[in-house]
Design a binder for this molecule. Structure first.
Ligand code: NAP
Length: 337
């Protein structure tokens, strides 16, 4: 009998999640039926959407999340033993699944494609959901053109650091907004961003006027709030805004920000939100393109790894506080080689 460790959403989050809000319970897994497989988590993801979705979750239910797991037993030929798979299994150590998408899930389960020797952990980041968020969210909604100026907030995170690099590949001038000078130095020195602004210490309005004298054509919005209002109010006519997330608001009951509608109307801006699963039918196109860019040396990635399933909560709140560079993940200790 396999026993799984499972994080339960025990108390509703109020502001930044607190240690006792989640609790770990043990769950006995039933023997496999035909069509099922048993997997063991190797890498687990901590993402901002978990905080954003929490108000819609019932307490007492397993906490949501994606993971890369190794298949330990299988009665499903699509999920062979020894392969790594991605599954939206939640924060749990072991899972029995039939490989089908549940009605409340938006991400499907799949055996990882060949990552050409790169770590399977990338299936949670640059070669997974955040990578596809950057790829489709920027290219499909902003449609950046060579010579245009692209601004991305949350720039040093999983999605933002990737968005900026794709915009550079498309020949754009890229300005990143992140929460520390060290992060901004990394974006400029290593990832080829043209300029960066520290939203905690710089005057964004003045800096943007100085760094983007010809205005802003595309804005990839990861944060919302006043940072985004300031950027949107400095955009060019017919600018495009891809609304990816609003992390500035996830821990807050109320966020005050200047209105953007006059700019949206008078400058005829296009502002469109998206959920990456809109492109589920093109999922592997995104992964393959991002893999090709990595292999050609055109796309870099970074992971911030926390070790230990028992440290997931800290990895989660560290990510919400901005400790991470690139993708924040957890590696289960017992499998560390
Ligand atoms: N629409 C979709 O389908 C989709 C898919 C994936 C992600 N998303 C969204 O994309 C955004 C980025 O996600 P990610 O996975 O790449 O996370 P991430 O950027 O790797 O991590 C979160 C980052 O947010 C920043 N942050 C925290 N509080 C902030 C605040 N009050 N204002 C500004 N920045 C703040 C922190 O960096 P600093 O040090 O810079 O503060 C932190 O590192 C999130 O809003 C997420 O919900 C949307």
């Amino acid at each position: 009998m396999v026993k799984a460790q499972v994080y339960i959403y025990d108390k509703p989050f109020d502001g930044l999640p607190k240690e006792g809000d989640l609790k770990i319970v043990e769950e006995e897994l039933k023997p496999l039926k035909d069509g099922e497989f048993l997997s063991e988590a190797v890498y687990l993801s901590v993402d901002p959407y978990m905080r954003g979705y929490a108000p819609f979750m019932k307490t007492g239910t397993p906490f949501i999340g994606g993971q890369i797991a190794i298949i330990r037993e299988s009665k499903n030929s699509k999920f062979p033993v020894g392969k790594y798979c991605f599954g939206q299994f939640g924060w749990r150590s072991h899972t029995v699944s039939d490989g089908e998408v549940q009605p409340n899930e938006q991400l499907f389960q799949y055996v990882l494609p060949d990552f050409k020797g790169l770590s399977p952990s990338l299936g949670l980041g640059v070669l997974g959901m955040p990578g596809n968020t950057a790829y489709f969210g920027l290219l499909e909604i902003c449609q950046p053109k060579a010579g245009e100026t692209v601004v991305v907030s949350g720039a040093a995170g999983a999605v933002g650091s990737h968005v900026g690099q794709i915009a550079k590949l498309k020949g754009c001038k890229v300005i990143g907004i992140a929460g520390s000078d060290e992060k901004n130095k990394w974006l400029i020195d290593d990832l080829n961003f043209d300029h960066c602004i520290n939203y905690k210490t710089d005057n964004i309005k003045h800096k943007l006027a100085e760094l983007a004298p010809n205005g802003i054509d595309c804005y990839f919005d990861n944060v919302g709030g006043e940072v985004s209002s300031t950027i949107i109010n400095q955009m060019n006519r017919f600018g495009r805004i891809s609304v990816c997330g609003a992390i500035a608001a996830y821990n807050e009951k109320q966020v005050k920000a200047n209105v953007v509608q006059p700019s949206v109307a008078f400058k005829q801006l296009k502002m469109e939100g998206f959920i990456v699963n809109r492109w589920n039918d093109r999922w592997f196109e995104g992964i393959n393109k991002n893999l090709e860019w990595i292999q050609n040396g055109k796309l870099k990635y970074r992971e911030t790894i926390t070790y230990g399933f028992e440290n997931m909560f800290h990895a989660f709140t560290d990510m919400l506080k901005g400790v991470n560079y690139g993708k924040a993940i957890v590696r289960v200790k017992s499998l560390v080689k």
